[in-house]
Design a binder for this molecule. Structure first.
Ligand code: CLF
Ligand code: SF4
Length: 516
């Protein structure tokens, strides 16, 4: 398995261009797919949507931000072929619409895939969703994709089935999708204007022939919109993924957001382009850059009020296993699965998930309590970085974090707005000083970093960079910790002990990260 591993972030930050904000029309929450209420987003709660929709999203880690701290997904790589070409894809690797370029998966037959799913489900009871997301396009490989789903529907009835596609073949398979109770479908839609599309897609393969340029993009967008409409009419929760490509579709994504919302998309996931030259993609080789953290956030914020936004995507690999921020695929290779004794115990899985629900309720209550203790809102909003390894808690050592979760905090809210991947600072007992600048760059837009523990050296460097390291809230729920820190921070500002200063931009890490 060839994996490209970046050793450092190259911070190339530029001033923000100032995207014009156009708020898309809203028709109220609880319409098709629960879309419409600007505040619900992927951090929605039961009160934000009809019960039958909540049932579908509550333990899906991609469709619910809150769930992604507790529940895991897995992908099986049964779909190698693809019917289009994206300029950010190199076919030596997996489909970059749902996974990072530079990652290659072990391809499986449907029988091998089903065996692997049952093995993972017996080992990881919080694994609730099985997705087919490549390594090519799920619907360019319909026989393998649907055979896998057919078997799983029978053998693992409690696992939600999820499918990701570029949408070209989607209208032809909507009935099949419904037949196997596939309740969650993702379509990657990067444009609704063929002139923009021609810059992203050199060709498609449609009706037995290869079609190029604008004509290809025109057919693709028509098929994507038709497929989306057909799915939402049938009550399938449909998410749209868009790759943000600066200078090509950045401002255009606001129009995409409006178009997909109008067709009933449940969620819109705007992801940063990853385009390192070593991935050998057209964009990588031509020097097309990805967005900075603030550029990504600006586009996402500009889309608020349109389709609900997902901001917690990890651009995971086509054979990913585990929580979104972790990757346990290396524990479940075919060789290892063959040696495992698999017992699919439905009751045990349910009992475990019940415990998770109790913990989630405690987390929500802690957040409400911390919000009720805030002083009056004075408009101050900050970002804080959090080191966590799951369960919705500040429970990771600074030096062990391979990502930081970013929360936006004010007197009225504490919400997940993104994540930043980093290299481990701690390398087997000592701190890797070369790594520290890249971590600072990754969380440079944050006022504080909440950790379970941190050593003296990184603490001093973070302080020097204007980022406050905070251990005080170790093992507390994240939102409560962030709100408590924020209340304390505001109090110190009010007493004149510190000054509240604006922060700068941050860099989004390029390249794939290695499984632990
Ligand atoms: Fe997989 Fe996609 Fe289903 Fe999730 S991933 S098929 S909806 S179960 Fe999730 Fe991974 Fe982002 Fe995809 S974090 S790349 S959005
Ligand atoms: Fe590559 Fe996926 Fe695009 Fe196909 S749809 S070209 S596999 S990124």
């Amino acid at each position: 398995m060839a994996i490209v591993f970046e050793s450092s972030v190259t911070p190339k930050l530029k001033p923000l261009s100032g995207i014009k904000v156009e708020v898309a029309a809203s028709s109220g929450c609880g319409t098709a797919g629960g879309a419409g209420k600007s505040s619900c987003g992927s951090s929605a709660e039961p009160a934000d949507m009809p019960p039958e929709i909540w049932e579908k999203v509550k333990n899906h880690p991609c469709y619910s931000e809150e769930a992604h701290h507790h529940y895991a997904r897995m992908h099986v790589a049964v779909a190698p072929a693809c019917n289009i070409q994206c300029n950010y894809c190199n076919r030596k690797y997996d489909c970059s619409n749902e996974s990072r370029p530079g990652v290659v998966s072990q391809k499986l037959t449907p029988d091998q895939a089903v065996k692997k799913v049952l093995a993972v489900a017996s080992e990881i009871p919080q694994m609730t969703v099985l997705g087919i997301a490549g390594p090519g396009d799920a619907l360019a490989n319909p026989a393998k994709t649907f055979e896998t789903f057919r078997q799983l529907q029978e053998k693992a009835p409690d696992i939600k089935l999820c499918l990701s596609t570029n949408g070209l073949a989607l209208p032809d398979y909507v009935e099949e999708i419904c037949k196997y109770n596939i309740d969650h479908v993702t379509i990657t839609i990067n444009m609704v204007d063929p002139d923009v599309g021609a810059k992203i897609y050199p060709w498609i393969f449609f009706n037995h022939k290869r079609i190029y340029g604008r004509e290809a993009a025109e057919i693709l967008t028509e098929r994507q919109m038709l497929g989306l409409e057909m799915l939402t009419q049938r009550g399938v929760l449909t998410k749209v993924n868009s790759v943000l490509i600066p200078g090509i579709n950045d401002t255009h994504l606001i129009e995409v957001n409006r178009a997909v919302k109008a067709r009933g998309a449940f969620l819109h996931n705007i992801m940063p382009l990853i385009s390192e030259a070593e991935h050998g993609t057209v964009f990588g080789l031509s020097g097309q850059r990805g967005p900075s953290a603030q550029e990504l956030k600006e586009v996402q914020d500009a889309c608020m009020g349109g389709a609900n936004l997902m901001r917690h995507c990890r651009q995971c690999r086509a054979d990913a296993v585990g929580l979104l921020g972790e990757d346990r695929s290396h524990e479940f290779t075919l060789e290892q699965v063959d040696k495992m004794e698999v017992v699919y115990d439905l009751e045990k899985r349910r009992a475990y998930q019940q415990k998770v629900e109790t913990e989630r309720a405690a987390q929500a209550a802690a957040k409400q309590s911390a919000l009720s203790e805030q002083q009056a809102d004075d408009g101050m909003t900050v970002l804080v970085a959090v080191a966590t390894k799951g369960q919705g808690k500040v429970n990771e050592h600074f030096g062990h974090a391979h990502e930081f979760q970013i929360y936006e905090v004010s007197a009225t809210h504490a919400a997940f707005v993104g994540h930043r991947r980093v290299d481990h600072y701690c390398q087997g007992g000592w701190g890797e000083d070369d790594v520290l600048p890249s971590i600072v760059t990754a969380i440079n837009d944050c006022h504080a970093v909440l950790v379970a523990k941190i050593g003296g050296c990184p603490r001093d460097e973070l302080k020097a960079a204007g980022i406050e390291p905070v251990e005080k809230y170790a093992h507390e729920f994240i939102e409560k910790a962030a709100l408590s820190w924020f209340a304390d921070y505001r109090a110190r500002v009010a007493r004149g002990e510190i000054s509240h200063l604006p922060r700068g931009d941050a860099a989004i890490r390029q390249g794939a990260y290695l499984a632990a």
